[in-house]
Ligand binder design. Structure first.
Ligand code: 0O2
Length: 241
């Protein structure tokens, strides 16, 4: 393979070189390399914060599964926001596009989605997480009690957790979205609608209305399923998974 990756961090400052399959290296300004380094470092820190919060959720799930003989959490999904989405969000909000601005203004670079079986599991998990003394709650949006106009339901928390690095402690923000399996199923289809740019306005509005009706049905089913589980438990049964 004759591809050569050569990032030269020039200690004397000025210009560094990067050559790919080319005898003529092109010049990369030092400032750009520094920004790239800061960005990589920030993303590493967000990724560590995700691991911290994910571990907290796994511990809660393990404990509750012993206590209640069933797992409140079905799946935990994690994601780091993509650079293009970060830039798009900063631009949409009229904010400077820089690593510093991203760290100051965006709360959802590190994202965790927790999928629960039942609606009460969502509130129990969120309460337990909020009670931990190294977790700071920055904001909560309850889109289950107050769904969005399009029918979107989910419980959102912006948390700050400490992460310990070699020579410092950083408070890092993580967005946690907690929802049921049914809410998650709905949100993935709705997400597709959002990004299908080739749909004309009429089709998009019609599908949006259909989705809104589905959201109502799904919400009704979620509460009914919870009611059934509680009735089974009252009779001394255990709903196991
Ligand atoms: P991604 O890649 O899914 O994270 P914003 O809309 O982000 O400018 P805010 O106040 O930060 O404003 O957002 P909010 O309402 O707390 O919701 C942020 C995230 O919730 C979104 O992230 C989605 O993941 C999810 N969400 C919110 N509303 C909807 C919705 O109507 N449908 C679906 N499917 N998901 C929604 P991002 O940044 O859009 O993208």
């Amino acid at each position: 393979m004759n591809v050569r990756d050569n990032v030269n961090e020039n200690p004397n400052g000025g210009i560094s070189h990067y050559a790919v399959n080319s005898p003529q290296p092109f010049e990369v300004p030092e400032q750009l390399l520094n920004t790239a380094k800061q960005f990589r470092e920030s993303m590493m820190q967000y990724s560590c914060a995700i691991r911290e919060v994910k571990t907290k959720l796994e511990v809660l799930n393990d404990e509750l599964s012993i206590r209640n003989s069933r797992n409140p959490i079905e799946i935990i999904k994690v994601r780091l926001k993509k650079p293009a989405s970060i830039v798009e969000k900063l631009q949409r909000r009229g904010l400077p596009v820089s690593v510093e601005s991203m760290r100051q203004n965006l709360d959802d670079i590190a994202g965790i989605r927790v999928i629960c079986s039942f609606v009460d599991d969502i509130y129990e998990i969120s309460r337990m997480l909020a009670r931990q003394d190294d977790v700071t709650i920055i904001a909560v949006k309850d889109y289950i009690r107050s769904p969005k106009e399009n029918g979107y339901r989910s419980y959102h928390m912006i948390l700050e957790v400490p992460v310990y690095f070699s020579n410092c402690k950083q408070q890092i923000r993580v967005e946690v979205q907690i929802r049921t399996i049914a809410m998650d199923f709905w949100a993935s289809l709705d997400h597709q609608l959002k990004y299908k740019k080739q749909l004309d306005a009429e089709d998009a509005a019609e599908i949006g209305e259909e989705l809104k009706k589905c959201a109502e049905i799904i919400a009704g089913t979620d509460w009914k399923m919870l009611d059934i589980r509680r009735r089974i438990e009252e009779k001394g049964g255990v709903v196991q998974r």
